[in-house]
Structures are given as structure tokens and as C-alpha cells.
Ligand binder design. Structure first.
Ligand code: SF4
Length: 758
């Protein structure tokens, strides 16, 4: 026998990288609990062996110091003591019930529900929300993606995504896929486009990013100028008769009024305000119009900057005006194993009773949460259940969210570590890490093939930590919404196979709405018990598979699944839980993009009246918000080689840029009087911080940046924690946000710089 067969440290275990939404397949070697080697999984259905540098250091996530190993209870003096699980669950249930009876269940908010590599907790958390009657919820999508989801809802009632691997022209708006990825094998795809003379890459970004370096058209837009630039590109399409009117006539409504609005755009003026030469604007528009296919993706660079919702609309209007939807290499809708966010905006969204602002995709705007809780509004949120999220660190104006948690009557955090948010909670419940339980995510947006990976645990939970499915199950029982008597018949049915179980489960769900509401927990407690060891939390996916089989039976069959009714969904479920290399779960044909539009007439509804009004008002809207007091534009939260939100707390995982330098153009450094490596103070309306200066000529003069994911409290040696780097949300404010979606303008924070004398 070879070492590989006998030595457990030589075995390769299949899992995924949890550091961005791509979730590339990897194989790892373990020595006890240490991840000693990581390599790309060549058999992985989506990533095919591809990884970036981040995956190779995931042990810094798995084995960071400060993992929680027991439930923690906050004492009146602010310190924490460990309590056993039974005590914690009973007291957590009682705490929420107290808030329910004193203020009403609708004063409980659920925040979070997953991160870059884990979404099953959200599926189980949905059950606890139902059990509590907690209708309020939010998560990080409500500070990044709700402007986009509002626009997508209005245009398509569906989510769209590009086919970048095939696109003739790929466009990146406020996005640097070299570091933020966002589609499979991003760097391979970027290099392939750059190497092909018949294809083009267009990058709209003030910084000469790694992606911009590969681009055929780099448009270094002034910060705050994206709306003007995209409006001008659309206007050139109209002025030069480059619009695909035939495609629009067949596939869209509202074309005439949209084209008329673009026709009013002062192209030369808008080009100047965006900082892009008019000639380059026109060449870009002509390249888009000449292409057989155009794929476009936006990201936080514009989603967290002025005019964000309008920009989300304008970039879509541009590719719709050239008819690049539903064709190979173009934009398309896609199937979903489970929806991450809904795209059903109508323009008549319900209003948050506290702020009066729109609740988009069911999510309260992140910037409104703390202000609401700190107000004296009678409808204010009184209790928080926060799961796999760190809003104190991640949301605008950290100190305000800290104060809001202290103002809450009751708060519970479910997480792997004593995060900045956990440090303010009444109870902290320790979750197993993403490698200690079965997990998956619902990010997949592939077309014509869509893929998912359900990965088994490769380690036992640390200490007394538990998978979230078990935590929510215990909570549901303590809240009295499910009993062993409810579960026993379904457990017996599960023992008899999927067919018997399906009938019994559907019968119970129809007869008992309370149990249906916590369907995930019911599946975990019944079907889950029949699954292979460690896979019980995947049971909730059986229901997702059934729903997908009902909606997309042909696409499942094209992907190779067989059976009728529940058997088809069960075939998908069984494939998901037994293939750590991932599964192609649907296969479509290009014309079917239109079938998945959610609009009643299955056409694109191109005109969004509110945003066409914004477009017409754009000449009067500022493109520059800097002042003499704050003359720089700070991008607060740039993605770099070693940033991953707050997933990795151990700063030692960074091979470079350990402190998270403040990048600035050399001419700005000279103006301010700082040298490379010197300390520089950045001051905004929200606060002040000191960082190391990095002179970087990829930055536009006047534009400075700090990376995301820094400023976490961490104790490298196990003593008192230290803060590493700048926590950018100590510099932001909750009132600096988009007027429609309420998403914060973190990528455009007016700031001042000064040298720090040593
Ligand atoms: S961080 Fe890199 S390796 Fe990890 S999932 Fe994203 S692209 Fe893949």
C-alpha cells in the first residue's frame, strides 16, 4: 500500500473555497484539524481546477483563534459566561417570547442568513423567523444589491446574468473581476478575451485595475460620473441610429419613451462631466452596437456610489438598446436552486413603518436599521436575531449599530467567532464552521447550464459548536412550534423511502401551516435522519429540488435527471448530496431566456418611469460631492488580493498589505506631504482613522481607497485582541445613501487627508 492510501494526512478531501461567491472546488489535505494543503479540484463541475490565491490560505479561516466553542451569555456588567446548550436555548426562546408579548412579534428583526460560502443557515433561519412571527428582515444585500434587484424586477421580474466566457464584448462597470470574480474561472476568461482580437473588453472604473490593464477600452470615469457616462453611451446609440429597433419591437415594451429620454441627453456635456473624452464615448457605443453579443456586469463600485439605482438601470438600458438578451454570449435569465433575493419590484413596495422608506425584495435598507432602533418610534425594532453576519463591522457608522444593539431589549448572534456584533449580543450561539458541516450556496447564475455544489463536512464541529440546522431545530422545539409527536410519523415515513415520505410530508404541510412554516427543521429532523452521516442539514434541499422540478422539469431532464413528480426532484436531490464535485442541475436553450422572464407578457419592460425622470433630471444633479473641507473621494472597502469581507479574522492570512494600506496617487501624496509607508490620517464626516500610505499610480488623482475586511479585533497570541487595519465603517455615515434603494455610498465618501507627524 502507498502512503496515500494509509496516511490520513495524504488524503485529498473535496470541498470549496468559501472566500467569494464563486465557491471554487478545492481539494484539501488535513493533519488532525489543520488544513495543510489546498489545490484546485480539476473535476469540479464549475471551476475545473481554477482558484485564485485566496483559496490556498483557507486554514486561516478554519483555524483562526477566537472560535466560539460554547454558548455565551452576557452579564449585566457586559462580560460573558459560558452556558450549556439547554440553558441557552431555553433562555433565548424565553427572551424572544418576552419581546413578542410586550411589543409584538413584528418588532423582532432577523438579520443575515449566510455569507460567501454558506446559505443553509438562511434556509433554517427562515423557519425560526416564521416560528417567531418575525416579519422584519435584512442582510448585506440591502446595502449592496437592492437597487439592482429593484431595477431587475421592473425590467424583467427576474435576475439577469452575462455569459462572459462566450461574449464578444464583455463590459465591467465598477467591477474588477480579477479580484472580485463573480463568474466562473474569472481570470482565465479575462485573459481569453484579452488574447482574442475579435473580442473586446470594456472597463468603466476610475482606477486602472488589473482588469482595466487587460481591457481594449478602459474608461477612467471620474468618481461620481458613471451615470453621466452611461447616459452618454446610450444617447450615442440613439443619436447615431445604432439601436436595434427590430429586436426591441419584438421583445420589449416602453422602447419609444426610453429612446426619447436618451435623445435629450447632452452628450458632449455628459462626457465631459464623466471625465471621458467624447470620442472614446462614441467609439465605445459603436463597439457595443457592432457586437453579436454583449455581456455586462456591475458591482459595488457603482452600487455603493451616487446615482446607484439609476446606473443599474442605465447599464441595462444600454445592452437592451443593442438587443443583447437571450442570445449566446449575451445577457440572460437563469434558473435557481433557491432564490437568494427576489426580483419582484413593482414600484409600489411596502414601506418600513419606522423609516417610511421602501422595503425592496423584502429587505429593510441596512442604513435604516440602527437609526430606527435608536429612535423613539413606537414601531421600532426591539429584538435582533443575527446569523452569520457582522453588521457592527459591515454596515455604515459602526458605532451607531453598536448603540442600536445596546438599545435592543434582546439580541442573539449565531456565528463561529466572537465578532464585533457578537460582542454586543445578549446571547451568542456557536455555529460549526463552513468546513465542519454540510453546506452550499445559492449564488449560481449559470446559463444555459446552472451548477451547484453541496459539500460534505470534512471536520467535526469544534467544541460544542453546532450546525445551524440543529440550533434552529432546538429553538423551534423550545418555542413550542414542533414536538416529537409531530415528527415521529414523518420519521417513520422517511424510513420507507422518498415516495412515502413525500406524500406524508406534503400532507402534514397542507394540514398544519405552523409546521409548514418550519419545513426546513421538519425535513432536518425526519428525512435528515436517513441521510449519510453529517448530511442531515442538507435535508432542506430536498424541498428546493422538488420546487425546481415542478418549475423546470424539462431543464432538469436535459441535465440528465429522470422521473416524474417527486421522483424527478428526488433524483436531483440525491445527485446534489452525493457529488462534492458539483452538479449541473439545469440545462436550457438560449431562446428560453424569455421563458424565465417574470413579466406577464414575457417581454422586457424597458421604460421605468421614475428612472427616466431621473435621467431627464440628470443635468441638474451633481457629479462631484467633494468640498474644500473634504476634497478627496474615499472608496471605503476596496477588494484586493487578500480581502474577504470579515470571513477571515486572522490578519496573518494576508501575504501582503497586512494593515490594509490607504492607496493614493503619487501626486496626491506629494500634495499632502506623505511618503510611501508613512502614516496618513483620513478624515470624513463620519470619523477619522490613521493608515499606512501606499503610493499607487493606478489611482486617479483625488481618488483614495481603503480595503474591506480590515479593522477586525484579533488576538494572534491568544491574549487581549488588537485591531488590525482600518475598519472603514468607522468613517461612513448612515445618511449617505441612494434615495431610491437606500444603499450606502461607501465607494464615494468625501474625505480629507493629512500627513501624520511621527
Ligand atoms: S476567492 Fe478565489 S478561489 Fe476562492 S472562491 Fe473566489 S475565485 Fe475561487
Amino acid at each position: 500500500m502507498t502512503d496515500t492510501e494509509t496516511d490520513p494526512t495524504m488524503i485529498w478531501h473535496k470541498t470549496v473555497c468559501v472566500l467569494c461567491s464563486n465557491n471554487c472546488g478545492v481539494e484539501v489535505r488535513l493533519d488532525e484539524r489543520t488544513i495543510t494543503r489546498v489545490r484546485g479540484n480539476k473535476a469540479h463541475v464549475a471551476s475545473k481546477g481554477y482558484t485564485c490565491e485566496k483559496a490556498l490560505r483557507i486554514d486561516h479561516y478554519q483555524n483562526a483563534r477566537g472560535r466560539l466553542t460554547a454558548p455565551m451569555k452576557r452579564l449585566p456588567d457586559g462580560s460573558y459566561i459560558e452556558v450549556d446548550w439547554d440553558t441557552a436555548i431555553d433562555e433565548v426562546a424565553a427572551g424572544f417570547q418576552r419581546v413578542q408579548s410586550e411589543y409584538g412579534a413584528d418588532k423582532i428583526m432577523y438579520y443575515g442568513g449566510g455569507g460567501q460560502g454558506n446559505h443553509l443557515c438562511g434556509a433554517y433561519g427562515a423557519g425560526t423567523r416564521k416560528a417567531l412571527g418575525a416579519t422584519r428582515r435584512s442582510n448585506a444585500l440591502a446595502q449592496e444589491k437592492t437597487g439592482e434587484s429593484w431595477v431587475e424586477g421592473r425590467l424583467f421580474m427576474a435576475h439577469t446574468h452575462g455569459e462572459f466566457a462566450e461574449a464578444e464584448v464583455a463590459v465591467f462597470v465598477g467591477k474588477n473581476p480579477w479580484h472580485s470574480h463573480g463568474f466562473d474561472e474569472a481570470r482565465r476568461v479575462l485573459k481569453a478575451i484579452a488574447a482574442d482580437d475579435s473580442r473586446s473588453m470594456i472597463v468603466i472604473d476610475p482606477r486602472r485595475t488589473e482588469t482595466a490593464d487587460l481591457a481594449d477600452f478602459w474608461l477612467p470615469v471620474k468618481p461620481g460620473g458613471d451615470a453621466f457616462l452611461l447616459a452618454a453611451i446610450g444617447a450615442v446609440l440613439v443619436e447615431e441610429n445604432l439601436v436595434d429597433t427590430e429586436w426591441l419591437a419584438q421583445n420589449a415594451t416602453g422602447s419609444a419613451e426610453t429612446i426619447a429620454a436618451f435623445a435629450t441627453v447632452p452628450i458632449a456635456d455628459f462626457a465631459e462631466r464623466s471625465g471621458i473624452d467624447e470620442d472614446l464615448v462614441r467609439k465605445t457605443a459603436r463597439r457595443l452596437a457592432a457586437a453579436e453579443s454583449v455581456s455586462v456586469v456591475e458591482d459595488l463600485g457603482i452600487e455603493m456610489a451616487p446615482n446607484s439605482t439609476l446606473i443599474s438601470y442605465l447599464q441595462r438600458a444600454v445592452w437592451l438598446l443593442v438587443g443583447s438578451f437571450g442570445k449566446p454570449g449575451g445577457m440572460t435569465t437563469h434558473s435557481s436552486l433557491a432564490p437568494l433575493i427576489n426580483y419582484s419590484a413593482t414600484g409600489n413596495e411596502p414601506l418600513d413603518p419606522v423609516s417610511g422608506n421602501a422595503i425592496i425584495s423584502g429587505l429593510i435598507a441596512c442604513n435604516d436599521i440602527a437609526d430606527g432602533m435608536l429612535s423613539d418610534h413606537p414601531e421600532r425594532t426591539r429584538a435582533l436575531l443575527i446569523e452569520s453576519s457582522n453588521p457592527v463591522h459591515s454596515l455604515a457608522e459602526s458605532e451607531k449599530f453598536r448603540q442600536a444593539m445596546r438599545a435592543a431589549e434582546f439580541s442573539v448572534v449565531i456565528d463561529v467567532a466572537m465578532t464585533e456584533t457578537a460582542q454586543e449580543a445578549s446571547y451568542v450561539l456557536p455555529a460549526a464552521s463552513q468546513y465542519e458541516k454540510v453546506e452550499t450556496t445559492f449564488f449560481a447564475a449559470g446559463f444555459p447550464e446552472n451548477k451547484a455544489t453541496v459539500r460534505p463536512p470534512i471536520l467535526e464541529p469544534l467544541g460544542d459548536s453546532l450546525p445551524e440546522a440543529e440550533i434552529h431545530s432546538r429553538l423551534a422545539k423550545a418555542l413550542g412550534v414542533v414536538t416529537e409527536e409531530d415528527l415521529e410519523p414523518l420519521r417513520a415515513a422517511a424510513e420507507q423511502g422518498y415516495e412515502v415520505f413525500a406524500e406524508a410530508f406534503m400532507g402534514v404541510a397542507a394540514a398544519n401551516p405552523a409546521l409548514a412554516g418550519i419545513g426546513g427543521v421538519v425535513l432536518y429532523e425526519t428525512l435528515g435522519r436517513t441521510l449519510p452521516e453529517g448530511m442531515a442539514p442538507a435535508a432542506v434541499l430536498w424541498f428546493s429540488a422538488q420546487q425546481l422540478a415542478m418549475k423546470q422539469s424539462d431543464a432538469l431532464r436535459r441535465a440528465g435527471f429522470r422521473g416524474e413528480g417527486q421522483a424527478l426532484g428526488t433524483a436531483l436531490f440525491e445527485a446534489l448530496i452525493s457529488n462534492p464535485d458539483g452538479v449541473v442541475f439545469t440545462k436550457h436553450e438560449h431562446g428560453q431566456s424569455f421563458d424565465m422572464l417574470g413579466t406577464a407578457d414575457q417581454r422586457v419592460h424597458l421604460a421605468i418611469p421614475e428612472l427616466l425622470d431621473e435621467l431627464r433630471r440628470l443635468p441638474e444633479i451633481p457629479s462631484d460631492y467633494t468640498t474644500d473641507e473634504f476634497p478627496f473621494v474615499l472608496s471605503a472597502g476596496e477588494r484586493r488580493s487578500f480581502t474577504a469581507n470579515t470571513v477571515v479574522r486572522d490578519p496573518a492570512w494576508r501575504k501582503k498589505d497586512a494593515e490594509g494600506a490607504l492607496r493614493l496617487h503619487p501626486s496626491d501624496a506629494e500634495r499632502v506631504g506623505v511618503e510611501a509607508g508613512a502614516r496618513v490620517r483620513v478624515t470624513t464626516r463620519g470619523g477619522t482613522a490613521v493608515a499606512v500610505a501606499e503610493l499607487n499610480d493606478t489611482m486617479m488623482p483625488g481618488h483614495i481607497s481603503l480595503p474591506n475586511g480590515h479593522g477586525l479585533a484579533y488576538s494572534p497570541a491568544g491574549g487581549d485582541p488588537e485591531i488590525f487595519g482600518v475598519s472603514t465603517n468607522e468613517l461612513t455615515t448612515t445618511d449617505w445613501k441612494d434615495p431610491i434603494a437606500g444603499t450606502p455610498w461607501h465607494k464615494y465618501v468625501p474625505a480629507q487627508l493629512e500627513a501624520v507627524q511621527s
